[in-house]
Design a protein around this ligand. Structure first.
Ligand code: GDP
Length: 438
């Protein structure tokens, strides 16, 4: 699949400043080299050290990935409990939670693989198949089914019952990580990795931005959905505004309260134009600017209300507003491949916004902001109708918030305040005990 004559001709933009390896077959993954046509060029350049680590990793993955001699050796050893490991160490990622959570933990697991020279293999399961292209040239990151059949990961009980703990102890599998609670900040908090991650990411807030853009390329099916929607509704607008509206508990949070808070935010921050209640006529048609609002939500109420607002009355600025929502599944299902496909397409579409408003606590929004390189306005989570004033805040950075930082320093045997240890690690705006890189 590598074609070096083609690679040398590829412009830097297409390769996202050298982040992507050249030479992949373009047709099997149209999004990989086309994302630069649709998203603004990132002002954040990956460091040359990160690029060299990625190229080294790609060589390692090619040498040790599925179907290689080394992999077969390691697999044989796993099954029989003896023999040579083939000189390769592996890190297996297992999906848990929604897609946003998974993507963030997957990127962080990849960072851990980069830091420890392990080969990352991903259990895609049924509900994540066909969402992403292969990220590493001339190899695959998908954990072969034969492996999952041999080692059952589903829960701790099964793992230990089937001897997984012992296999881990005996060094057959190096590590496995569930897609839960893993984010880049701990690598900055760990003395063993601190210097290395600092070298890889001199701009601290770009960890997920670069690793996410490196790893996550929509499959042709996902890309088709993204581009058809983008071209039909968003491409021709002068400005694109993404509104990600995540309601965690519809029983305790009323849709009207969410809408009120959203409008308070967009009005205060001047993100959306006001409507003119006195003048029902259309605004003059010369030099009209247009804005496209992309609403993503599991529900329709927000889209209906916003679109009605701009249909019923003209804007005071004369701007023309279009409001669009790709899907509304109503409930979050687990194990649903099509729901993940829609969720992935919507996260990507949000990342193509010029202005982004997200919902606090939501990893769905974190993925969009990180991939888009956007510092969003974050709506505070509404707890049982308790609202905050102001209703939203500009985020400190585009990095995701790590919800579960350590609170105890085992070496010093005292309480740890993760958000005050380094100038580049701060408590999050949307969740005051979480930390994020800034
Ligand atoms: P989080 O729970 O907000 O942190 O985000 P996750 O992505 O981890 O889990 C939420 C899941 O609910 C998503 O993966 C989707 O399956 C679904 N979901 C939530 N909000 C939306 C939305 O706006 N659009 C779509 N298509 N799905 C959503």
């Amino acid at each position: 699949r590598n074609d070096s004559s083609q690679s040398s001709r590829m412009p830097d933009d297409k390769l996202l400043g050298g982040l992507l390896a050249p030479g992949f077959d373009e047709r099997s993954c149209l999004s990989r080299y086309r994302s630069s046509l649709f998203r603004k060029i990132s002002p954040h350049k990956p460091s040359s050290y990160l690029l060299s680590k990625l190229r080294r990793y790609e060589d390692l993955h090619k040498r040790c990935g599925p179907r290689t001699k080394s992999y077969k050796k390691a697999f044989k050893r796993l099954k029989s409990g003896h023999g040579s490991s083939g000189g390769c160490n592996y890190l297996v990622w297992i999906p848990v939670n929604g897609l946003g959570n998974r993507m963030i933990s997957l990127a962080s697991t990849f960072l851990y693989a980069l830091l420890t020279d392990r080969v990352l293999l991903v259990e895609v399961g049924n509900d994540m198949s066909g969402l992403f292209c292969e990220p590493f040239p001339n190899s695959s990151w998908i954990l072969p089914k034969s492996f999952s059949h041999t080692v059952e990961f589903r829960n701790h009980y099964e793992r230990y019952a089937r001897g997984y703990g012992n296999q881990l102890k005996n060094g057959i599998i190096n590590e496995s990580m569930e897609s839960i609670n893993i984010l880049p900040p701990p690598f900055f908090l760990t003395p063993t990795f601190n210097q290395e991650v600092q070298r890889m990411f001199p701009e601290r807030e770009t960890v997920f931005h670069h690793l996410g853009r490196y790893l996550f390329h929509p499959s042709n099916e996902a890309w088709g959905r993204i581009i058809r929607f983008y071209q039909a509704y968003l491409a021709n607008a002068d400005e694109r505004i993404g509104l990600q509206i995540r309601v965690f508990n519809t029983k305790t949070t009323k849709a009207q309260t969410v809408l009120d808070e959203l409008f308070k935010c967009t009005q205060k921050e001047k993100l959306l134009p006001q409507v003119d209640p006195q003048n029902p006529a259309a605004a003059p048609i010369q030099n009209q600017r247009s804005k496209a609002i992309l609403v993503t939500s599991l529900y329709t109420e927000f889209y209906e209300n916003i679109s009605n607002t701009y249909w019923a009355k003209p804007t005071v600025t004369g701007e023309v507003i279009g409001v669009y929502q790709p899907s509304h599944d109503e409930t979050q299902h687990f194990g649903d491949n099509m729901q993940n496909m829609k969720a992935w397409a919507e996260m990507y579409l949000l990342s193509m916004s010029d202005v982004l408003v997200t919902s606090g606590w939501s990893t769905f929004g974190y993925v969009a902001q990180g991939l888009g390189g956007l510092k969003p306005w974050v709506l505070y989570k509404i707890e049982e109708e308790h609202t905050r004033n102001p209703s939203c805040v500009r985020d400190l950075s585009m990095e995701p918030c790590f919800h579960h930082p350590p609170t105890y320093d085992c070496r010093r045997k005292k309480k740890m305040n993760a958000g005050s240890l380094f100038p580049y690690l701060k408590y999050c705006e949307d969740l005051n005990w979480g930390v994020k890189l800034v």
